[in-house]
Design a protein around this ligand. Structure first.
Ligand SMILES: Nc1ncnc2c1ncn2[C@@H]1O[C@H](COP(=O)(O)OP(=O)(O)OP(=O)(O)O)[C@@H](O)[C@H]1O
Length: 270
């Protein structure tokens, strides 16, 4: 990590789960993908990152997850659970469920625990809990080929939850699903977020999805991505189908779409 600024208070003292300061990413190929980006995410907040293809959304998630190093700037995490036994600060859900086809649902969900050398009844209890959280308790012995796309994504979500992370990073997790399945997973994710008090950073291309799910929507500029406009989605919780068809929801979607449009200006096919 390259230090460029020294914050006066720690992210922890400021009640933040994630703090990025002056973060840039220039890949070895010379592509300037991101930044400089300053981003604060409160503990327990649900934030979506929205922006045109290639503006660095996945790069930002990878930097937060520590899967990639910034070219400049600092990434600070302050999850509550770092001290909990067997817990991991970050859970990552990718667009593809990336399940092991030869392994049962249970064994797929077990993987992060295995990597963390957690086994025995503690591990089995965690797997049961994660499967119950995503509504797959009865499919523990099924194989991925026996599952629908939505169910595979639920397994992927259970695998991210099994280490009880405080921060859930989700990279377009529902993009490949049909609309009805996507809506159901949106609702289930919202109730998980409400009940489990996770911090969620959610990348999506969908204005509708970002407004439906989030407390805050961040519209990023074209590459190298920076924060363009931020919207607080102040609509009451819990949200459901009534919200999806409300004038309030439509108005937020229109505002966010208007902010997004300039990032697409001049792009082929836009
Ligand atoms: N490992 C890499 N090496 C070189 N360039 C990369 C690498 N990963 C991403 N890039 C480039 O960095 C830019 C940002 O990519 P990134 O995947 O973060 O964008 P994104 O906003 O998530 O895009 P999308 O919405 O299409 O998924 C793109 O131009 C991409 O081609």
């Amino acid at each position: 990590m390259v230090e460029s600024t020294v914050p006066e208070t720690s992210a922890d003292e400021a009640g933040l789960a994630v703090r990025l300061r002056g973060v840039t990413k220039i890949y070895d190929s010379g592509v300037a993908a991101l930044g400089p980006l300053d981003l604060d995410v409160n503990r327990g907040e649900f934030v979506s990152l929205l922006g045109p293809s290639g503006c660095g959304k996945s790069t930002a998630l990878r930097l937060i997850a520590g899967l990639s190093t910034p070219s400049a700037g600092t990434v600070e995490l302050s999850p509550r659970g770092t001290a909990r036994r067997g817990s991991h600060p970050i859970g990552f859900v990718f667009q593809e469920p990336t399940l092991m086809p030869w392994a049962t649902v249970r064994d797929n969900v077990r993987l992060p625990l295995k990597l963390a050398h957690t086994s025995g009844s503690d591990a089995e209890g965690r797997i049961d809990q994660a499967l119950a959280q995503v509504g797959l308790a009865e499919f523990a012995t099924a194989y991925p080929r026996e599952l629908s796309g939505g169910m595979k994504m639920r397994v992927s979500l259970a695998r991210a939850l099994v280490t009880d992370p405080d921060i859930l990073l989700m990279d377009e997790p529902f993009a490949a699903l049909d609309e009805i399945t996507r809506f159901r997973l949106n609702n289930d994710l919202l109730s998980l977020w409400r009940n489990l008090h996770k911090t969620v950073i959610f990348v999506t291309h969908s204005v509708f999805e970002s407004v439906y799910l989030s407390e805050r929507v961040i519209v990023m500029t074209a590459r190298p991505g920076r924060i363009g406009t931020e919207f607080r989605i102040t609509s009451a919780e819990p949200r459901g189908e009534e919200f999806r068809t409300s004038a309030e929801y439509a108005a937020f979607c229109r505002e966010v779409s208007n902010a997004l449009a300039p990032s697409y200006a001049g792009r082929a096919g836009a």
